[in-house]
Design a protein around this ligand. Structure first.
Ligand code: NOJ
Ligand code: CA
Length: 680
C-alpha cells in the first residue's frame, strides 16, 4: 500500500475548536484512542478504550533548573503520522517472532512566548496499549539541560484495583511483596504498576527504553487521589537528569488488556526499544544453570574462605559434573574471589583475584572440557566507583578464561551516597557494564539492577535481572507467600525476564534452617521454571537435593529458549498457566496462590497430533503447608481435542512436558485420567 494511502487511512482528526487543537491517533484495531490537545497552549493527552475514558486529560511538561520549564504555551508547528506493521526476530525470548503494529504521531511544538523553543512529542497507539515520549531537539540557544522534574501526569478516570510496591529510592524497594489496594490508596509506587479497572480492563503503567535518564516513580497528587505524576529519581544535588540536546526521554507506557492474560502477551515494551545492535550474537546462549548459591543463603556454605567455603575448586568441579550429567548448561560460583570478609570497605571485593582454595584456571578448563559454561560473579556491594575502577580488568580476566556469562550484584545503598539504583548516574553505569560485557562477548544476569525497560532487545547480552523479591527471601525471611509468584508475572515480569531462581526441592530445608522454608509445593517449584520467564533459568537447589528425585526429570528436559508462548489462563494474584514451545515440545507451567483450584485448558492451541503429556502434579494430599513434596508423576496420551483438567493444591502447581509419541507409548492411559488419578 502506498504511504499516502496508509496516512489517509489513519484515524487522524485535526480540528481547530476555538483556541484548542486536538490531534488523535487510534490503535490499528481502533479500540484505543490517544489524543493530544493544546489547552491554552499547554499539551494535554487523553486515552480512551472502547469509547470510554481511561486517562482523563493529563498534562505533559519538563521542569528545568537552568532555563524556563517546557510547559507551554505552544503553537502547533506541524504533525507527522506514521504507521508500522512489521515483525522482527528475537535473539532469544518468549517467542521467535514479535509483531510490532502501531499508529504513530509526532507533534512539533514551538513556544509562543519570546523564548520560542521547540519540543516534539511522540505518540504511539498499539492494540495492546499506548506510549509517548518527549524530544527536545537540537536548537539555537539550548545546550545543557538540567531537568528538575518531568511533569507527566496520569489522571485515571476511576478508582481501580492495583498491585504495586512502594516507590522509594531504597535499593531493596522492588524486593518487596506487592500491595493489593485501590489505586487511590497508593502514595508512591514503583513501576510497573498494574491495575484492573471497574470496566474489567487490565492496565499497567511503566516505561520503555530507559537510556541516560532517571528512572521514574509514580507519585499521587495529594489533591486528586486518581492523579499520579512522574517523579524522577534524583542526583545528590537534587537534579533529576543532567543532559543536553538532542534529548529523547524514555517512553511512558500504558499497557492495556481485556483480560489479565493480555498483559502477559503484550510485547509493547520490547517494541519500543531499538533493534539489536550486536552484529555477532552467536555467543549469546540461553541456559539452565545451577550454582554454589542457595547453600550460602541457607548457611550450608559461606561466601568467605574457611571451613564451610562453598566456592572451592573441588566443590565447583562436583557441581560441573552434576550439570554435565543432567543437561544443565551453566554453573555459577559465588564467593570465588578475595574480599568477602571485608564487605563494606572500599575496594574490598577484588574481582580478579580468586581465593587460595579456588583454582579458577583449573575450574574453567574443567567446565570447558565437560561442555559446561562457568558463570562468573561480580558482587559490587553497590560500591560503584570501586567496580568501575575494576570493570575493564574484571571482564578481560573472565574473557581470557573463556567465561561467557556473569552475574553482577549491587547489594546495599549505592556508594557514593546520594546516588540511587534507579537514578541517571546508575542508569549510565548499568549501561556501561552492558556495553563492556558485550565487548568481551559476555552475557549478564544483574541483581539489584535498574528496572527492566526492554533494553535487552537492543543489547541481547543483557539477559536477565532480579529487581524483585526472589526465592532468596525464603531462605532468610518470613518468605514469599504463595500469592507472590501469582502477582510477579503481572508486575515485575512485565518489565522483562526475572532471575527468581525457582526449583527448590527440599522445601523446608530443616537440616539447615528449621525456622525458614519455601511456601509452595514441589510441583509448583517445577511450574515456576516455566511461568517465570528467564533466559538464564536457575535450578536453585543443592545438587544433593536433586539426586535420585524423579521430579528432577522435568528440570533435565526443560528447554530454555522459546519459539512460541501461550497464556492458557491468568488472574492476577490467583493463578497463571503458561505454555511454551521449543522445537517439537511444549512445556506447561500452572501455579496457584494459597487457594486450591481446578483448571481445565484445551490442547488445541498447541498440538496438531497426539502427544505424550508427562505430568508433575499435586495430589489430593499435597498442600504447601502440610505436605509440600507430595507429587504425582505420570505420563498420559493426549490428543489435540483433549482438555487437561487438573487440580492445583493450596500453594500448588502443575508442570507438563508435551512430547511427540513413540511406538511404545500406545499403552499409556488417556490424559482424561489425570484429574481422577490426582484425587485417588
Ligand atoms: C544478593 C543477590 O540477590 C544474591 O543472589 C547474591 O547471592 C547475594 N546478593 C550476594 O552477592
Ligand atoms: Ca537481591
Amino acid at each position: 500500500m502506498h504511504r499516502w494511502l496508509i496516512l489517509i487511512l489513519l484515524t487522524l482528526v485535526a480540528c481547530q475548536t476555538g483556541r484548542e487543537t486536538a490531534l488523535q491517533i487510534s490503535s490499528p484495531d481502533k479500540s484505543i484512542v490517544l489524543s493530544l490537545a493544546l489547552e491554552n497552549g499547554s499539551p494535554v493527552y487523553q486515552v480512551s478504550v472502547d469509547g470510554k475514558t481511561l486517562i482523563r486529560p493529563s498534562s505533559l511538561g519538563i521542569a528545568l533548573r537552568n532555563q524556563p520549564d517546557f510547559s507551554g504555551p505552544y503553537k502547533l508547528v506541524d504533525h507527522e503520522l506514521n504507521a508500522v506493521n512489521e515483525s522482527w526476530e528475537t535473539v532469544w525470548g518468549q517467542e521467535k517472532h514479535i509483531s510490532n503494529h502501531f499508529n504513530g504521531m509526532k507533534i512539533l511544538l514551538q513556544e509562543s512566548s519570546s523564548t520560542q523553543r521547540y519540543i516534539n512529542l511522540h505518540f504511539r497507539a498499539f492494540n495492546d496499549g499506548i506510549a509517548f515520549r518527549y524530544e527536545i531537539p537540537r536548537q539555537a540557544g539550548i545546550d545543557s539541560l538540567f531537568i528538575t522534574e518531568e511533569r507527566t501526569e496520569f489522571k485515571f478516570s476511576s478508582d481501580a484495583e492495583a498491585w504495586w510496591n512502594e516507590g522509594t529510592y531504597l535499593f531493596d524497594t522492588p524486593e518487596q511483596l506487592y500491595y493489593h489496594t485501590n489505586l487511590s490508596s497508593i502514595d508512591s509506587a514503583n513501576t510497573p504498576v498494574t491495575c484492573k479497572t471497574e470496566d474489567g480492563l487490565y492496565i499497567s503503567i511503566h516505561e520503555a527504553n530507559l537510556t541516560d535518564y532517571a528512572g521514574m516513580i509514580l507519585e499521587k497528587d495529594t489533591a486528586d487521589p486518581l492523579k499520579f505524576y512522574t517523579s524522577l529519581v534524583p542526583w545528590p544535588d537534587g537534579d533529576k537528569v543532567k543532559t543536553r540536546t538532542p534529548l529523547l526521554t524514555p517512553w511512558r507506557t500504558i499497557t492495556i488488556g481485556r483480560n489479565a492474560a493480555d498483559l502477559l502477551r503484550s510485547r509493547m515494551i520490547l517494541n519500543l526499544n531499538e533493534p539489536n545492535i550486536l552484529s555477532d550474537v552467536s555467543w549469546i546462549k540461553p541456559m539452565k544453570y545451577i550454582g554454589i548459591w542457595w547453600g550460602m543463603h541457607i548457611n550450608k556454605y559461606t561466601w568467605t574462605q574457611g571451613d564451610r567455603h562453598g566456592a572451592t575448586t573441588e566443590n565447583t568441579m562436583a557441581y560441573i559434573d552434576f550439570a554435565a550429567k543432567n543437561n544443565i548448561q551453566g554453573v555459577l560460583t559465588e564467593g570465588w574471589n578475595q574480599g568477602w570478609e571485608d564487605w563494606g570497605q572500599d575496594d574490598a571485593l577484588n574481582l580478579t583475584t580468586p581465593y587460595d582454595d579456588f583454582d579458577i584456571e583449573a575450574v574453567t578448563k574443567y567446565a570447558r572440557d565437560n561442555g559446561v559454561s562457568f558463570i562468573g560473579h561480580h558482587e559490587t556491594t553497590a560500591n560503584v566507583r570501586s567496580y568501575e575502577r575494576q570493570l575493564e580488568d574484571a571482564f578481560a580476566f573472565y574473557a581470557d578464561l573463556g567465561i561467557r556469562a556473569v552475574k553482577t550484584g549491587y547489594v546495599g545503598p549505592i556508594k557514593p551516597a546520594g546516588q540511587y539504583h534507579y537514578g541517571q548516574w546508575m542508569v549510565q553505569h548499568f549501561r556501561r557494564v552492558v556495553e563492556t560485557a558485550a565487548r568481551y562477548n559476555i552475557t549478564l544476569d544483574v541483581h539489584e539492577p535498574v528496572k527492566g525497560t526492554g533494553i535487552e532487545r537492543t543489547w541481547p547480552n543483557m539477559m536477565t535481572r532480579e529487581g524483585g523479591r526472589g526465592q532468596e527471601y525464603n531462605a532468610w525471611s518470613e518468605g514469599n507467600p504463595p500469592n507472590h509468584t501469582t502477582i510477579l508475572p503481572f508486575t515485575r515480569l512485565l518489565a522483562g525476564p526475572m532471575d527468581y531462581t525457582p526449583g527448590i526441592f527440599d522445601i523446608t530445608f530443616d537440616g539447615y534452617k528449621p525456622e525458614n522454608r519455601v511456601h509452595s509445593t514441589l510441583a509448583k517449584q517445577l511450574a515456576l521454571m516455566v511461568v517465570l520467564y528467564s533466559p538464564l533459568q536457575m535450578a536453585a537447589d543443592l545438587p544433593e537435593n536433586y539426586q535420585g528425585q524423579p521430579a528432577f526429570q522435568f528440570v533435565r528436559d526443560l528447554a530454555t529458549d522459546w519459539e512460541e508462548t501461550r497464556i492458557l489462563s491468568a488472574e492476577i494474584g490467583e493463578e497463571v498457566t503458561i505454555a511454551r514451545k521449543w522445537q517439537d515440545e511444549w512445556f506447561i507451567g500452572s501455579i496457584t496462590n494459597e487457594v486450591a483450584r481446578e483448571l481445565a485448558f484445551p490442547l488445541s492451541e498447541m498440538i496438531q497430533d497426539s502427544v505424550v503429556a508427562e505430568c508433575y502434579a499435586d495430589t489430593k494430599a499435597s498442600d504447601f503447608k502440610t505436605s509440600p513434596t507430595t507429587i504425582m508423576i505420570a505420563s498420559y496420551l493426549a490428543t489435540p481435542g483433549d482438555s487437561i483438567k487438573v487440580r492445583l493444591a493450596p500453594g500448588g502447581g502443575l508442570a507438563i512436558r508435551l512430547r511427540p509419541m513413540n511406538a511404545n507409548d500406545y499403552s499409556l492411559p488417556l490424559v482424561f485420567n489425570l484429574h481422577s488419578d490426582q484425587l485417588k
